[in-house]
Write a protein that binds this ligand. Structure first.
Ligand code: AMP
Length: 594
């Protein structure tokens, strides 16, 4: 397919306001990209299969599949330079920028120049022969040639690579008529903006090659490559799509979570799967175990991908070492890397970021911040894809992969890299898991439907992160307990009270944590002068300090003297501006309860 044809169709799509019509246009474009000049399709006709793959991606403004970590790595100024050089000797990158300021969009700018006929090194090295075609501008450039040149451009690295990239772009623009230049410029800068999203291409593939949309969707989930899916749909139909599997080394989109409450989860699911929510960065580990090579080195293959499917393997040697040490079968695991201090206590998310995409001085960075992987899901193990399995089965498989042949009945807590999964319908148990998570320095809890399958890329209701508290109440701290072990010198587990109508303070709950050691030290210093009585670990406090506390629900409860209990209370802040007489009242509590 000629690039001019692609550009022409892109123009039609861009001008089309109706979604259904857009799908029809993309459908026709794909069908044509996969046919020969007489309209015959593969496998009958010998069509060049890559053209269809490329068109299915270009139409979304993508050059490479989503899983592919290659990028063009070209900034706007290099693109302006390529345009300027192809536009003639009296145009420079500043002129292009000026036109951009006037016109507002790079496609319009590129389309406003007359290209062609520029001789020079770039015109030849760029794979474009400037003397070919009448007058040089437009008509003979194919989609495939554009892709091959962009692939070469992406591969250019090292010194002089930016010049090489500009040369290659110049070579391409120099062969473009104005509409081709419009869409080439947008493609290069990832600003296609013709209204074609992922759903459009999915529907268009289904229509073009007469295959069911849900099977296209599944194939996209396992492959993350619209090009490959379009080609297989065309060549092998639904059987071909169904035969597509996950591949180790090719990342899958991560399943995502919605915000939600424990209350809703308990209502909707028979049992709730509860996990700690780690405050780190998402990682997907792909591993094929190896033996040792000729010189004793490991021949295992390990790749680590970020939530956006970027390859972050080099930045996280601890994860690679973990895989080599632990995994004995091929696997794809989903989890989080957390930064930890020397005792293994989690550090804030910012610390992970210092490591996450680091390309240089990784060994040095590793001395400053150590990361540790924790896995909560298993997408593939020992040759079998597990996306369609329920969470509990995937978690069991995760456990067995992490335990490997060292399978003495070990407690889950002792399995390195395993995130625990509890199943319960008991709100008190969930509350105590939440408190433990916070206590251990994590972010809180995730609630998961134990029967749910893994839906890549979906922010579905099967995974929920506990919503941040919307309302808070100001409570007087009337008691506390001395901690244990490392926290023996800190007060914790604070008793909370509110004001009743008669001015008396009535208890409404206890807030255990959500509080770092540093904060606990601060709170201890603040509260210690107000200790009125002590018995064992418990202390009574004179009403003096007010905490702002978040919660999920207010329940009636015989446990506390107010007659109510805060469900899932969380410490938010001290209110130094408030005294006990400014704390919230029973009346407000009743109003909030509704
Ligand atoms: P958020 O980034 O706030 O949307 O929360 C979702 C993110 O929490 C996920 O993408 C993961 O990176 C992270 N996370 C931490 N612990 C878990 C867990 N146990 N299960 C799933 N995701 C988790």
């Amino acid at each position: 397919m000629e690039f001019a044809t692609f550009a022409d169709r892109a123009g039609t799509i861009e001008a089309e306001p109706a979604d259904l019509e857009i799908v029809a246009h993309v459908r026709d474009l794909l069908a044509d990209a996969g046919s020969d000049s007489e309209g015959r399709r593969a496998p009958e006709a010998a069509v060049e299969p890559q053209t269809l793959e490329v068109v299915a991606r270009f139409v979304q403004g993508r050059v490479f599949p989503a899983w592919d970590s290659r990028t063009l790595d070209i900034g706007p100024s290099a693109c302006y330079e390529g345009i300027a050089r192809a536009a003639g000797t009296n145009v420079d990158a500043d002129d292009v920028e000026e036109r951009l300021a006037e016109m507002g969009e790079i496609g319009d700018v590129a389309a406003s120049y007359e290209f062609g006929g520029q001789q020079g090194l770039g015109a030849f090295t760029g794979g474009g022969d400037a003397s070919a075609g009448s007058g040089g501008n437009g008509g003979d450039l194919t989609v495939r040639e554009v892709y091959d040149t962009l692939e070469e451009l992406a591969a250019a690295e090292g010194s002089g690579s930016q010049d090489r990239k500009v040369d290659l772009l110049f070579g391409l623009f120099n062969r473009c008529a104005s509409e081709e230049a419009r869409y080439l410029a947008r493609l290069v800068l990832s600003e296609m903006r013709i209204g074609v999203g992922e759903g459009t291409v999915r529907d268009a593939i289904a229509e073009a090659f007469d295959v069911p949309g849900d099977r296209v969707e599944r194939a996209l989930q396992v492959s993350n490559d619209y090009g490959q899916v379009a080609r297989i749909a065309q060549e092998d139909g639904v059987d071909g799509l169904d035969a597509m599997d996950l591949e180790i080394g090719r990342p899958v989109q991560a399943m995502l979570a919605q915000a939600g409450t424990v209350t809703d989860a308990l209502e909707e699911w028979e049992e709730v799967g509860v996990e700690w929510k780690y405050d780190g960065a998402r990682v997907q580990l792909h591993h094929v175990p190896g033996g040792s090579g000729a010189t004793g080195e490991s021949t295992a293959e390990t790749r680590v991908f970020s939530r956006n499917m970027e390859d972050v393997t080099e930045a996280l040697p601890e994860v690679v070492e973990f895989a080599e040490r632990t995994l004995e079968e091929p696997a794809i695991l989903d989890g989080e890397v957390v930064a930890v201090d020397d005792d293994g206590t989690p550090l804030p998310f910012q610390e992970v970021l210092k490591r996450f995409r680091r390309k240089h001085d990784v060994a040095k960075a590793r001395e400053d911040v150590t990361v540790r992987p924790v896995f909560f899901d298993c997408l593939h193990a020992g040759g079998a894809d597990l996306l369609e399995e329920p969470l509990t089965a995937r978690h069991d498989r995760l456990r067995s992969v992490l335990v490997g042949s060292d399978s003495d009945a070990r407690d889950d807590e002792d399995i390195e890299g395993l995130s625990l999964l509890w199943r319960t319908d008991d709100p008190d148990e969930i509350e105590s898991i939440d408190a433990d998570a916070l206590e251990a320095g994590h972010e809180g809890i995730m609630l998961k439907d134990p029967d749910s399958t893994y839906s890549p890329g979906r922010r579905g209701k099967h995974w929920r992160k506990r919503k941040p508290d919307v309302e808070t109440i100001d409570c007087v701290v009337t008691g506390a307990e001395w901690g244990e072990g490392r926290r023996a010198t800190f007060l914790g587990t604070f008793e909370l009270s509110i004001r009743a109508g008669d001015g008396e303070l009535e208890t409404v709950g206890k807030v255990a944590t959500g509080i770092t050691d540093e904060k606990l030290a601060e709170l201890t210093e603040l509260l210690e002068p107000h200790i009125a009585a002590e018995e064992g670990q418990a202390v009574d406090l004179e009403p003096a300090v007010v905490f702002e506390v978040g919660y999920e629900e207010i329940q009636s409860s015989p446990t506390y003297s107010s007659g109510y209990a805060l469900r899932f209370p969380r410490f938010q802040a001290v209110r130094p501006d408030k005294g006990p007489e400014d704390a919230d009242t029973l009346e407000r509590l009743e109003r909030l309860r509704g």
